[in-house]
Each structure stands twice: as C-alpha cells, then as structure tokens.
Design a binder for this molecule. Sequence first.
Ligand code: ADP
Ligand code: MG
Length: 333
Amino acid sequence: MTKSGRPDEDGLIARYFRPLATAPGAARLLDDAASYRAPDGYELILTTDAIVAGVHFFADDPPDAVARKALRVNLSDLAAKGAAPAGYLLTIALTEDWSEDWLESFCEGLSSDQEEFGISLYGGDTVRTPGPLFISVTAFGLTPEGRVPRRTKATVGQKLYVTGTVGDAALGLKIRLDGTLKSRWGLNAAETEHLLDRYLLPEPRLKAAALVAEFATAAMDVSDGLAGDLGRMCAASEVGAVLDAGRVPLSAAARKAVETDPSALPSVLTGGDDYEVLATVDADRAADFERAAKTAGVAMTEIGQIVAPFSGRVRVERAGQTLALDRLAFRHF
Ligand code: ADP
Ligand code: MG
C-alpha cells in the first residue's frame, strides 16, 4: 500500500490484472514475459492499437466501455486478417488521480469481453503519466496457414464486400457532440441510442473471420472511414475501386438520418470508427461466399468492385451518378 491507500504497482497487478491472466502461458503475471505456443498449421497474427483519452474516447466514458473499446479495436484487426483471437497484452498509463473504482470497472469490462471472445490476458505494463490516460493493447490470434488476407491482394474484377452496417459510429459521435442533431434527423430514443452505442462500443466482426480467411484475398478493417480506407487498400494493391453508395448497408437509424438530412451521407461514407471488415472476393467465388456468410449468420453486403487503377483510386457512385469524393462533404443529393 502507498500513502494514498492505493496499492503499489505489484499490488495493483496482483489485484486487478492477475485474475484476467487465465492462460497457463501468462504464468499468473509472475514472470518477465509470457509464452504462447501456436499450433501447427496456423499463422500467428499480431496487432497493436492504442487509445488516448480526449482523442479516441471521452475521459468520462464508463471505464468498462473504455476497456472494451481498447480491446475490440484490436480484435477487429484480427478479424480482418481472418484470425480467431487468442490473447492480448495491455499497457496502461494511469493519470495521478486514478481510482480503484475506475480500475475495477475497467477490469470488469476486460473480463466480460475475455469471456465473450474466449481470450486471456498475457501480460503488460503499468506506468504513471502526467498526460491523458493512455491504453495500449497488443492482441494476437491464429489464421490457417497461407490464408491471411492482405491489403495488397485486391485484383481487378473482384467483388467488394463489407460486414454489418456502415456509418453508425460516425453519426453517433456527431450526435454526442451536437445535441440538436437527433431531433434534426428525426431519430427516436432507440435509434439515437443505437448510434451512440456503436461509437462507444465497436463490435469486432470475429464471426466473419473464418469466411474472410477462406474466401477473401484482400481484407482490412474499416476504422477511418469506408471510402478513405478503401482508397488505402486500392493504393496497397495498385488497383482502383467503384463504390456503390446506394448499396452500402445502413442501420435503420442511419438510414433515417440520411433520408431526413442528405448532408449526413458523407459522414456515413467517410466518417470513422465502423470496425467493419472490408473484403475482396474473386467473382467466381462470390456466390459461394455469400451462401457461406448466410449460413454463418454473418451480415455481408456487396458494395462495389475492383477495377483498373485510375487517379483518385476510388469512384463513389449513386444511382448511376459519380460523386467526387472531395466534394462529398458539401454536395446535396
Ligand atoms: P518488469 O518491470 O520486470 O517488466 P512489471 O512489474 O512491469 O515487470 O510486470 C510484472 C508482471 O506483471 C509481468 O508479468 C507483466 O506482464 C505484468 N503486468 C504489468 N502490468 C500489466 C498490465 N497492465 N496488464 C497485464 N499484465 C501486466
Ligand atoms: Mg514493466
């Protein structure tokens, strides 16, 4: 115990983090490092993402939601590489005013997601910071050998798919920042809640991971906006893409917002925090892919196709009209 009555670093690790380190390789967090033996026939997929208070979440967000967001943005990367998650490491930089109540709730969030996704904590680091609260998660998982989809592997003629619904989180963030929007968009309480929740708590599309590994050649998670992220995939693959805005899957709430206020559409296509998976599939495997997605209960929508490279890389079309991306932000249609 320290003067403040709060546990010192070792006590803190023992009390809050040890119960989360359930895998044998985590060695109960009593060792310098953890170990993990990847089974034969799989590739170990590794990813890391940090979130910072005031940048990626609000400092007064519920601590359990902050924890789950930190974990889930990483699990989303694993899903995009076709991986089943196995575990994660956690680095947390606590501010001087951290409280045990906050940390307890934070760890409850981790615990419930560990259970939901079948993963263990393997280790981490705990430090103090004078700056904003900082949380970094490094997650790892397994994809069948030779099946890891890459951003570089999109080829001309392939169909383009996305999981779930796009734009909810971007609209949710806008609502959170501007209290007048929900009435301007004509949203009821449940619709507003849906959009706010999608910003607060991403849903990593792990149910799509096996399908992505089996059928997709290129895939990525959409975290910085659908159109922009598609542009990054096209750049990596040296191809172009046509995105059909009319086919982009919207939740009922997002659909209502866009229909009431068409100027919200650019936020849907270019806003961030979707954490959906974007994937390309060969045209002759598309029917099998769609059937498999249906059987697996995974929402997967065809939204466009890969074409020969052109300057700008992504063409957004709607009802046969081309929309210039840089003008999406103010064009009404
Ligand atoms: P060292 O300074 O020798 O690296 P630490 O005191 O930082 O040791 O960590 C002791 C143990 O506690 C290690 O197994 C480490 O992985 C674990 N640990 C520390 N902080 C965290 C954390 N935030 N989450 C999970 N494990 C942690
Ligand atoms: Mg350390």
